[in-house]
Ligand binder design. Sequence first.
Ligand SMILES: [Zn+2]
Ligand SMILES: [Zn+2]
Length: 89
Amino acid sequence: MEQYDLTDAQKKAFAENEADFRKFDDQLREVREAARVRLADSGWDPDPESEDAIRCLSCPCPDFQAGGPQGKCKRGSCRHFLIDHDLPI
Ligand SMILES: [Zn+2]
Ligand SMILES: [Zn+2]
């Protein structure tokens, strides 16, 4: 482990940042769960292309394709961020 010489204010800033990101994780999980339910309610329930396909929840994209601009889905009809997609976690 590298040692960093941090001031108390810097340590506090990092700790608060980390807490905010974890909060965002929780929110994202809730948003994703709600998105799944919304799609299921609408009757959108296609069979996955494969066992580990990561479908998009913001469009009918059946599987995330890495390599798009700014980390977005490469599929031309999608172009949503990875977080729009139905990640298993
Ligand atoms: Zn996609
Ligand atoms: Zn999409």
